[in-house]
Design a binder for this molecule. Structure first.
Ligand code: HEM
Length: 177
């Protein structure tokens, strides 16, 4: 990938992935309000905002972070299967995205209930802070992994590196002749 395109793709990748983390923090704040507030309208509004944030901000950002991450890996020397940090990032991002997509219908059905519920029902509605809380921990772990980029090579990455070195050695001896 040419350097200019790489910078552009990285900018989009960072906007999506860091935006995803920020949106989950906002979702958690709404979740805490939905679970703890004694005010009926606050609880109802929090659920409606959580559903909207989930479907229209968090889900698109998660898919975009995954997609741009794939482009970054495949379009740069990092590759998708060469370094453990990229492979672990891929698996954790897929896991976080799948859990998110499986969890969102529950958020929608709780929001539907909240829309029609009276004060007593709303107090009993409860909520789930575990999924977004654990999701945030996983996203922060991915963030650390992506910034530090530990150098460990996979077996495939090691083989590719050897092939490359061998090719460079052959080219050097051919040009020296
Ligand atoms: C929540 C998900 C993700 C977060 C928070 C995240 C975060 C980041 C950050 C902060 C960087 C910049 C690091 C730096 O240059 O110092 C980065 C770069 C990178 N990310 Fe991600 N990322 C995510 C998902 C993915 C996925 C799914 C992949 C692919 C499997 C991926 C592959 C890469 C690659 C290859 C780079 C290096 C780009 C380069 O050297 O130009 N990321 N990511």
């Amino acid at each position: 990938m040419p350097p200019g395109l790489r910078k552009l793709t990285l900018t989009v990748h960072l906007s999506c992935s860091v935006g995803w983390i920020g949106a989950v923090v906002a979702y958690l704040a709404l979740g805490v309000s939905a679970v703890t507030s004694q005010n009926t309208e606050t609880v109802r509004a929090a659920w409606i905002a959580m559903e909207l944030t989930g479907w229209f901000v968090i889900v698109p950002l998660a898919l975009a972070a995954l997609l741009t991450g794939l482009v970054m890996a495949l379009g740069t020397p990092w590759g998708l299967f060469r370094y453990y940090w990229v492979l672990i990032t891929l698996m954790l991002t897929i896991l976080a995205t799948v859990v998110l997509l499986l969890h969102m219908p529950t958020v929608s059905s709780l929001t539907d209930t909240a829309r029609a519920a009276d004060a007593d029902d709303l107090r009993r509605l409860g909520g789930d802070l575990l999924h977004p809380g654990l999701g945030l921990v996983v996203l922060l772990a991915i963030m650390v992994l992506n910034v530090y980029k530990p150098r460990g090579l996979t077996r495939y990455g090691w083989r590719k590196q050897q092939e490359q070195r061998h090719k460079q050695h052959q080219q050097r001896t051919a040009s020296a002749r």
